[in-house]
Design a protein around this ligand. Structure first.
Ligand code: TYM
Length: 329
């Protein structure tokens, strides 16, 4: 049995990309492994958030985790800011990170493109906090989408650097990226990843979009003028993205889908894609509605925070000892 850790930011309703690239795989992993799933609200405040909206998003994300199949009897589900060990170790790891390597993170570069004046220092020091999330729990495997690969590489480097410099206390984690679905693309610009912060709402499917919206968004997805349903990421990014989405949602292989739609137009193909997405999201949405205002949700998050704190505090004691912080007790 391995230890698994992953996190999602509560910065808006999750997209189909978050689900297919990450959350869906979490559910499969919890059967065989010891899992920690986190609502990383401290990461969300690296960019401006409206306080009441953030609170709402935190609860909503917790309900979505559960509605997607995370079982609190098997996995620990918790909110990052309710376990102070995360920022404690985050600080210690900032002190072993170099500004140069943090400035090289593509996500930092993307988000600070408009000049550094309005960019918070939290955006720069975000990766050591993410490393802390992972390293606190002796994590063996981190399931994420492709966009997190560079952060995981840094986490491994920081763990090794700390182990060499101070004491060998951290497990160096492996990254697990799904073979299909690691990078679900925007429906409007299929060379760009689907993102919940996209200004164009037609670019992404939210996990809580109703049937009508899903159909409308898929129907207006950008494709090409070939009229052939074929997987070719380079030349047909739009169709390839829809094929990927269809395949993961319906469980049919891409080759089978190419055959199925061989003599059909994009209209029929898009209807098939939309239906597969609707069938996938419908049971999750139904369960979500039951959970979102339930007391059960708070109980689960309370228990999760206690369990996570218990484990994380053991690692904090080791890290403080290794660095010489505080007193001998
Ligand atoms: P976040 O909140 O941006 O995304 C959550 C997860 O969804 C994946 N993802 C996608 N997968 C496929 N296609 C897409 N279009 C797509 N968009 C997002 C992400 O790769 C991620 O797995 N830094 C992280 C959160 C985090 C974390 C951690 C993750 C904080 N601490 C520790 C793992 C371990 C983030 O911003 O994810």
């Amino acid at each position: 049995m391995k230890t698994i850790f992953s996190g999602i930011q509560p910065s808006g309703t999750l997209t189909l990309g978050n689900y297919l690239g990450a959350m869906k795989n979490f559910v499969e992993m919890q059967e065989e492994h010891k899992c920690y799933f986190c609502i990383v609200d401290e990461h969300a405040i690296t960019v401006p958030q409206e306080r009441l909206k953030l609170r709402e998003n935190i609860k909503s994300l917790a309900a979505l985790y559960l509605a997607s199949g995370i079982n609190p009897e098997q996995s620990t589900l918790f909110i990052q800011s309710e376990v102070p060990a995360h920022t404690q170790l985050g600080w210690m790891l900032q002190c072993v990170s170099y500004i140069g390597e943090l400035e090289r993170m593509t996500q930092f570069k993307d988000k600070s493109q408009g000049g550094k004046e309005g960019v918070t220092s939290g955006l720069l020091t975000y990766p050591p906090l993410m490393a802390a999330d992972i390293l606190l729990y002796k994590t063996d495997v981190v399931p994420v989408g492709e966009d997190q690969k560079q952060h995981l590489e840094l986490t491994r480097n920081l763990a090794q650097r700390f182990n060499n410099k101070y004491n060998d206390i951290f497990t160096v984690p492996e990254v697990s990226i799904p073979k299909v679905g690691a990078r679900i693309m925007s429906l409007q610009e299929p060379t760009k990843k689907m993102s919940k912060s996209d200004e164009n709402q037609k670019a992404y499917i939210s996990m809580l979009d109703d049937e009508k919206k899903i159909l409308k968004k898929v129907k207006s997805a950008v494709t090409d003028s070939d009229g052939i349903v074929k997987y070719d990421k380079e030349n047909k990014p739009g169709v390839s993205n829809l094929l990927t989405i269809h395949s993961i949602c319906s469980g049919e292989s891409i080759e089978d889908l190419e055959q199925k739609y061989a003599d059909k137009g994009y209209g029929e193909f898009k209807e098939g894609v939309a239906n597969a997405v609707i069938e996938t999201l419908k049971p999750i949405q139904e369960r979500y509605e039951e959970l979102i205002h339930s007391e059960e949700l708070d109980d689960i998050l309370d228990r999760g925070a206690d369990q996570a704190s218990f484990e994380a505090n053991k690692m904090i004691r080791k890290a403080k000892k290794a660095m010489g912080l505080g007193r001998v007790k």
